[in-house]
Ligand binder design. Sequence first.
Ligand code: HEC
Length: 210
Amino acid sequence: MARVRTTWAAMAALLTVMGCRGNRSNEPPVHLQQNMDFQERGEAQERNDFFADGRVMRPPVPGTIAVGYLKEDDHLWRGRLPNGALADELPAGIELSAALLDRGQERYNIYCQPCHGETGHGNGPATRRGGGFAVAPANFHQQKFLPVTLGYFFDVASNGKGSMKGYKAQIPVEDRWAIAAWVRTLQVTGEASVDELPEQAQNQRPRRIQ
Ligand code: HEC
C-alpha cells in the first residue's frame, strides 16, 4: 500500500514539474542562483541619500581630464610660446605644404569667407548684403594686420575678437592652423606685384577689391 502511495506521489510531482513546460506565464522565472543579476541602481536625475549632495549622477572629480583631452601643447592648442606670446610659426607636426594651404583655403571659404570675403578684404556675401554688423568684418590687407603673428589669426579663429565669435567648437585645431596659414597667404598674395605672378596669370589678375 505504501509503495502504491509513493508511486502516486512521485508521478504527481513529475506531472507538476513536466506539466507546465511550454506553457506561457507572466510571472518572472524562478531565479535560484541570483549572481549579481538583481541589484540596486540609480536612474538618471534620481535622488540618493548615500551621497552628501543627494545626487545619484556623480560629477567628475575636479581636475578630471578625459583621455586625449589634455591639450598640454600650448603652441598647438592656444597658439602660445612658453613665454605666453603668440607664436609666429606653425606648431610641430603641422608642416607648411600645398596640401595644408588647400585645406586652409577650403575651410576658410566655408567658415570665414561669408564675412571676410574670398580674398580677405572684409567684403563677403554676408557683409555685402548688409549683414547688420555694428563693426565691419576685418580686411586682412589693412596695414595694421600685416605684421601680426600667425598665432594671432589662430587665436581669433579660435576665441573670436570684439564682436566676432570664436570657431573653436566648430573647427578642429589642425584646420584652424590651416586657416591661419591661408589668411597669411591671402595677405602675401595681396601684396604681390603683377611681375611676381606667373606670366599666364598676369593678364587674368582680377581687379583688386577695396
Ligand atoms: C559672421 C561673420 C564673421 C565670420 C564668419 C568670421 N568673422 Fe572674423 N570678424 C568679423 C567681424 C565683425 C570682425 C570685427 C570684430 C570687431 O572688431 O569687433 C572680425 C574680425 C576678425 C579679425 C581681426 C581681429 C582684430 O584684431 O581686430 C580676424 C583676424 C578675423 N576676424 C579672422 C577670422 C577668421 C580666421 C574667420 C574664420 C575662422 C573669421 N574671422 C570668421 C566677422 C566674422
